[in-house]
Design a protein around this ligand. Structure first.
Ligand SMILES: C[S@@+](CC[C@H](N)C(=O)[O-])C[C@H]1O[C@@H](n2cnc3c(N)ncnc32)[C@H](O)[C@@H]1O
Length: 257
């Protein structure tokens, strides 16, 4: 984003941004995973050996991952998506698998991952309960899930999700960077209470939901869209439950739950 637009958002109090919140959540999640694997090594008497190899999944990895900045601390970095990436597009991944998160429950063995990131994917899930249950099963007990998604309690988000498909297809090029970023939208559990309940049903605890204004930053590329987003962010600034975007962290309970 241009420095001037970012500076204006900060002056207007539209902080922290989603990126900062996700970074804090992933710092915590990766740190916990390292500590957990370090404790397991100590119990096996391999204390002081190589640093613990954290295993992570970007679930709906698209073309960017906030996990990439942790690459040096990751032993195995897996990305899944319903769309294959272009060859060489995700150089930080060790593996890519074409997986529909709402369907492929046996894509990975139980308790494979320490950390799962699902960034702006939940709004596309046809069956969020199935997707969250799959991710809970693939996480190690105590492993961390970090989610970002849109909040339909914001009126602009509700209007966008509620548009007839044809109209939304005409609006998407204005607010999205490229046509490749415009995916079908469902929004089945896109409000703070629905998401919290779905995660609890799927076997997570320590569920924390933070709301943040993110429209101006998400629509930053064109000035009219940025200005509209700014109006949307200012409208909801004092009403946390209606801010446009949800940043959610949760811990997998494990198979005994
Ligand atoms: C808005 S993009 C976000 C991409 C990336 N996570 C990011 O933050 O830039 C949504 C991604 O979720 C993927 N997706 C949507 N539904 C999915 C599903 N059921 N299973 C796996 N991936 C899915 C889409 O193909 C797309 O790459």
């Amino acid at each position: 984003m241009s420095d001037r637009r970012e500076a204006a958002l900060r002056r207007l109090g539209i902080v922290p941004g989603v990126a900062e919140l996700v970074r804090a959540a992933l710092d915590d999640a990766v740190g916990r995973a390292e500590a957990g694997r370090g404790a397991e090594g100590a119990a096996r008497g391999t204390e002081g050996a190589a640093p613990p190899a954290v295993v992570v999944l970007d679930a709906g990895c698209g073309r960017n991952s906030a996990l990439a900045r942790y690459r040096a601390r990751i032993g195995r970095f897996v990305g899944v998506d319903i769309h294959e990436p272009a060859p060489g597009a995700l150089p930080y991944l060790d593996e890519f698998a074409a997986v529909d998160l709402c369907e492929s429950s046996d894509a990975f063995p139980p308790a494979t991952f320490d950390v799962v990131l699902s960034s702006f994917t939940v709004e596309h899930f046809a069956d969020p309960d199935a997707a969250f249950a799959n991710l809970a099963r693939w996480l190690r007990p105590g492993g961390s899930l970090v989610i970002t998604t849109v909040n339909r309690r914001h009126p602009f988000v509700a209007a966008y999700l509620g548009m007839p498909d044809g109209l939304r297809r005409r609006v998407q090029p204005v607010v999205k960077a490229t046509a490749a970023d415009a995916h079908p939208l469902v929004g089945a559990c896109n409000d703070p209470a629905a998401l919290r309940e779905a995660l609890a049903r799927a076997g997570y605890d320590d569920i924390r939901v933070v709301t943040v204004g993110h429209l101006a930053r998400a629509w930053r590329r064109r000035l009219p869209a940025f200005a509209l987003g700014l109006v949307g962010d200012l409208l909801a600034r004092g009403i946390p439950s209606r801010r446009s975007t949800l940043v959610v962290t949760a811990r997998a309970l494990g198979p005994a739950s």
